[in-house]
Design a protein around this ligand. Sequence first.
Ligand code: MN
Length: 285
Amino acid sequence: MKIREVTNTNTGRPTSDGAGVKLTRVFGGHQPQQYDPFLLLDAFGSDEAADYIAGFPPHPHRGFETVTYMLEGRMLHEDHLGNKGLLNNGDVQWMTAARGIIHSEMPQQISGRMSGFQLWVNLPAAEKMKDPHYRDIAAENIPVETIDGTTYKVIAGKTHIGDKEITGAVIGLSTNPLYLDVHVAPQQQVDIAVPDGHTALIYVYQDNAEVGDDKTTLNTGQLAVLSKEGSVRVRGNNATRLLLLAGKPINEPIAQYGPFVMNTSQEIEQAIQDYRDGNLTEAVA
Ligand code: MN
């Protein structure tokens, strides 16, 4: 069996976004082609209300999807379509902005821990100007598989672990994303199938892991980009938790300006103009 090796690693850098939420930008904005179809991954985690309380007041998106996965905490989402949803521990919100959404993401707690992730998944040109779409997925509706003591929370996609097929809460997207939260049993080695040619990324958010036959060590807060063929092989330490993200590359030009991700600079200028004119979310005539 062919095993994917680590081709690149990077360590998230501290930043802030929204109205001043402290977070770690694991990747995003630089050399986007290596992450295709993913655009950005933010990790947030703090016990200090001052780090998150200001939240993300109303702001636009066009051209991609945002996926918010709460590990701990409560966050209220509201958008211009009247959608409203409260994300609690373990819940996921999968928001397809497509041609335009204006939404807010605001913490609903004034103390305690808030932690989780926001992933941006790109859309192909053919889907960037479609109607926006939104879904809240409660934690109890996200499949969790336990195989030899390792648990796999299957947020999106289909794969197999040995002979065991596993299917996530979100399937059928054109980028075919696989999004797993894996709690690896102590010292266990696991192999996870990913289609050849798909991008595969591993982000360790607790303890450390060895990746590939080369046993490249990834520490907490490190991301690995893997080679393009074969299965993903990971060996856990004592309490390893990691995200596995995989998807089909879109292979189109990426033009990004803040919350807008299109294919050309003209389309970005159009998005900015549409937002200024109050037309970001209007159907194309
Ligand atoms: Mn947003």
